[in-house]
Design a binder for this molecule. Structure first.
Ligand code: XMP
Ligand code: MG
Length: 183
């Protein structure tokens, strides 16, 4: 759906579909140059990274396989605790492989820092992180993130894979939600 389809639910469109696609194309070029023909496994974190993965990988000028993890973060409601349980593990043995984690958003960074440490313990050749969005003001741990699409303010956003109560993932843009939606 487009932002105009749900205008009343949104306060502001922060990043449009076109801006996302243009940035993902730039990042794909940088990533491809970085790996210089080495095999790289793209690892997505369900469910938020579905759109980023689908579009980012199609901007790559060559073939790269993907795999997926699903995790749940223990803790109170919307706040991430950093204590993570694996709901779905990778199908792939990553030992000796170059892994690129593809994420939708880094908020506190707690979830991703746990995932990164978990993957590091499996003896991969390398682990790097690409995220479409990052909230620098929300960071609780420092994460070495090689590729960032956009830094945004510390506000809750939906769209392009990001949800509120499982809704709005299919919004084409990234936007902030109107307060009446929460209450
Ligand atoms: P942490 O805090 O561990 O959290 O970096 C990362 C996960 O929290 C979710 N998250 C959001 N989801 N809008 C969303 O729809 C947001 O603004 C937002 N901030 C964090 C998301 O699942 C992310 O992977
Ligand atoms: Mg996520």
């Amino acid at each position: 759906m487009d932002s105009k389809d749900i205008q009343d639910d949104l306060v502001e469109v922060l990043i449009t579909e076109d801006q996302i696609q243009a940035r993902l194309a730039e990042l794909a070029t940088e990533v491809w140059e970085h790996y210089q023909g080495k095999d790289v496994l793209l690892v997505g974190v369900l469910k938020g990274a579905v759109m980023v993965m689908a579009d980012f990988m199609r901007h790559l000028p060559g073939s790269a396989p993907m795999d997926w993890m699903a995790v749940s973060s223990y803790g109170s409601g919307t706040k991430s605790s950093g204590v993570v349980r694996i709901l779905k593990d990778l199908d792939t043995d990553i030992s000796g492989k170059h892994v690129l984690i593809v994420e939708d958003i880094i908020d506190s960074g707690l979830t991703l820092s746990w995932i990164r440490a978990n993957l590091d313990s499996r003896s991969p050749a390398s682990v790097e992180i690409l995220t479409l969005l990052r909230k620098p003001e929300a960071a609780k741990v420092e994460i070495d993130t090689r590729w960032v699409g956009f830094d945004i303010a510390n506000e809750f956003v939906v769209g392009y894979g990001l949800d509120y109560a499982e809704g709005y993932r299919n919004l084409r843009d990234v936007a902030t939600l109107a307060p009446h939606v929460y209450s």
